[in-house]
Design a protein around this ligand. Sequence first.
Ligand SMILES: Cc1cc2nc3c(=O)[nH]c(=O)nc-3n(C[C@H](O)[C@H](O)[C@H](O)COP(=O)(O)OP(=O)(O)OC[C@H]3O[C@@H](n4cnc5c(N)ncnc54)[C@H](O)[C@@H]3O)c2cc1C
Length: 600
Amino acid sequence: MQQRIINPHDLAFQLFELHQTEDVLQYDRYADHSRDTLEAALDLALKVAAEEFAPHARLVDEEEPTFESGRVEMRPEVKKALDVLRETGLMAAGQDYELGGMQLPAVVAQMCVGLLKGANVGTQGYAGLTIAAANLILAHGSEEQKERYARPMLAGRFFGTMCLTEPHAGSSLGDLKTRAEPAGDGSYRLKGNKIFISAGDHELSENIVHMVLGRLPDAPAGVKGISLFLVPKILVNDDGSLGERNDVALAGLIHKMGYRGTTSTMLNFGEKNGAVGYLVGEPHKGLAAMFHMMNEARIGVGLGAVMLGYTGYLHALDYARDRKQGRPMGEKDPNTGQVPLTRHADIRRMLLTQKAYVEGGLSLCLEGARLVDEKKFAENEVDRKEAAGLLDLLTPLIKSWPSQFCLEANSLAIQVHGGYGYTREYPVEQFYRDNRLNPIHEGTHGIQGMDLLGRKVMQAEGQHYRALLKRIRRTIAEAQKVPPLADNANRLDKALAQLVEATDAINVVRATGATERALANASLYLEAFGHTVVGWLWLRQAQAALAGIENAGPQPEAFYRGKLRACDYFARYELPRVGSLAGLLAEVDTTALDMTESEF
Ligand SMILES: Cc1cc2nc3c(=O)[nH]c(=O)nc-3n(C[C@H](O)[C@H](O)[C@H](O)COP(=O)(O)OP(=O)(O)OC[C@H]3O[C@@H](n4cnc5c(N)ncnc54)[C@H](O)[C@@H]3O)c2cc1C
């Protein structure tokens, strides 16, 4: 089973040969860790993923949670798996020792989470949201809030949620209406309806801590008037014991295409006298606080998309090796035996595409996680600032590129299975349904495109964008000097030049004030930019693989050769997409924008 969550050679290669994870151990924070302790944590995560999470992934899809007499009922395996997660300490793997964590580097902690997501994304959702909500309290809450809520959350006693969305305010959070009135004792009373709240109700933990966006009575309109509140399902007394039930009601469950193991809830706050809530951070700065934590959460979304694509790829590979169908082209004798699917060129192409997407996506997410470590703990401020800027720039890509292309990998995994892939007898259809959420939640694909092109590329007067170009060009220059890599380096150089040309052309239009026109094709820009960055990471994978072959590295030679071929594939089949997208982008085409409603 473990072999079907991730290729262990790739896990070791990506962490220790490509991303040089051992280098982060030089930071004081990780002084107690060594390669051995990091590997032990990864082994533990893989074991829990394979033994506790994977076995009920199908069950929670078939028997999704139900709403019975005001309570949520679900399969008992979910609680058992989460209890094991808590007992192993993996729940808060990246947190401080003092908070009950393992103080693992972000790159390893994220990978541990990724392994759980690959095994069972629905069950992992409860733990993932809890850690995200606890991190929000740790970053912006008062000492009392940290002690009373974040600590039991990190210990797995309380779980957490993120309550942003309202029926009329999804992408447009500036329009949210939930109200918070001061109660006179420092607390607030909230009234409002939230929808699509993941893990919004269940019986898995002693309490649920909702992180809710709402408005104070004097709030300015729009995003500048949003504050963040902590609203427990059950009120917590001064001594930490549980008190009365708060005025938060589960109005119903939402039935979804995938991700069915995680409850999706409609929550009504304050149907009676108002839900008791506590302000977190400063008034009207709630959205900024929420988004501050989003960079790490979005690495989690991207990594979840990668891992669903990855497990789909491994299932497709196993199936293609086993299933015999047809004969090699040119073989006319019907008495010869049928050959495995892997013998057919089109199947190899589909498997190689999946490999290029999922292993490329994994390197992108780990690059982001590596920047989280650098931005927090690098020794000098210049390095910390550069890492923070690069992470800001890359975040929309880390969230969106895997959500698009690892979903496509899931579709190809179904295709490799033929008709069987379309049945519920094989898990690849569930991986596709589960992964289809990722371009939608945590900011849709369209919103990420506008974030990248409308904000991130121009941020700090383009400084982060230029820092990224410099890094990519440095890799290209190195690879151009190495004959086996030179052709791929030249292809990446060409794609990068096309992307830069498109960016410049868009910026000229933007400078005239025609913002709507400049951003009209932002989603396509996201795709072109993402392919260029993943092309860069594939070139770096090829550099590391070549070093592995030359120095008889720890992985089998066939593995390293597979990396070189996947880099060739990406450079030859995928990078040319950048050119066609960049051509359209450079013209700042308005065909779609110009289409009027009545013309559809
Ligand atoms: C399974 C699931 C789990 C979720 N979990 C949570 C959760 O835990 N907490 C939470 O708060 N929310 C959660 N959400 C809500 C999710 O974040 C929203 O669905 C998402 O933000 C989009 O909002 P919407 O559904 O209202 O779509 P809309 O905002 O109506 O968007 C519809 C389409 O229009 C596009 N669009 C919208 N505005 C613009 C614009 N200005 N320019 C261009 N295109 C635009 C979008 O990209 C999208 O394609 C979840 C959703 C799902 C399905």
